[in-house]
Design a protein around this ligand. Sequence first.
Ligand SMILES: Cc1cc2nc3c(=O)[nH]c(=O)nc-3n(C[C@H](O)[C@H](O)[C@H](O)COP(=O)(O)OP(=O)(O)OC[C@H]3O[C@@H](n4cnc5c(N)ncnc54)[C@H](O)[C@@H]3O)c2cc1C
Length: 251
Amino acid sequence: MSKIEQFIQMIQSEFSDDRLTYQKGIPTFHLESAQEASEVIRLANEQNQSLYITGFGNNVSPEGVQFGEILTLRTDRLNRLHQVAPDDFYVTVGSGFPLRELNRCLEAENLFFPHATLPYVGSVGGAVAVGLTGELHKHDLPIKKYLIKAEIVTPEGEIITPGSICFKSVSGYDVVKLFAGSWGLLGLIISVTFRVMPSTGRDDFVSLSQKGISREATISALDDSNPDTDALYSRKIKNKFDPNLVLPLVL
Ligand SMILES: Cc1cc2nc3c(=O)[nH]c(=O)nc-3n(C[C@H](O)[C@H](O)[C@H](O)COP(=O)(O)OP(=O)(O)OC[C@H]3O[C@@H](n4cnc5c(N)ncnc54)[C@H](O)[C@@H]3O)c2cc1C
């Protein structure tokens, strides 16, 4: 029996049958949690077994002889939307969630995530791992900028959660950013937390030439009847930090 066959036997004795499939002939384990990933990766370390992490396989499709002796770990079942935090402007989502579907879930909370408007198919984890970057209305959009926290299973099987949902949480290097563009080589991304924007922030991605410079927008933000999120926060700041209206609106 070959090494990979022995490893598969071990995996099958530990986990239920429906977890292992043969995608294009390649043994593929469908993960359902960080704990499971940790167990499989620890076992692979003990048995000196190579693993390959795959999302939806759009960029790198595990197939062919070079993957024959490797167990592929697929994230397609890590596809839950864990948390949408409209007040704190972040979303936590499983790595197997389809990136393009994210805004459908955020819209209900008047939020949006710029990368989900781009025409790239693929999983959230895959997008982070390839360091997805694009351009929207001439603005560069590196996904790294929006990645603030992640749950990772390291190549030794340890579960870590680098990053923070708070800003300015680190004084040194922000380790979580390393996983944007890590190409499955630094660990398995289980879930990620992205900073998201209020729906009104879509305007930020309209180029200046289209948008022009609008003082009216600021004036309108201070009008109590304006329900936009930016307007709400503008008023909060204005009321808190300028109670004496030392900077009045001069028309
Ligand atoms: C039509 C089209 C246009 C595209 N245009 C662009 C473009 O302009 N700019 C751009 O940046 N990209 C572009 N891409 C690439 C796109 O970013 C990737 O195909 C997609 O985001 C990868 O997702 P996936 O789930 O298919 O990843 P996969 O192909 O499965 O994996 C890609 C890499 O990420 C690793 N990986 C996947 N999931 C994880 C995980 N959970 N943890 C750790 N590592 C993981 C894999 O090991 C692999 O190395 C385009 C793709 C398509 C199909």
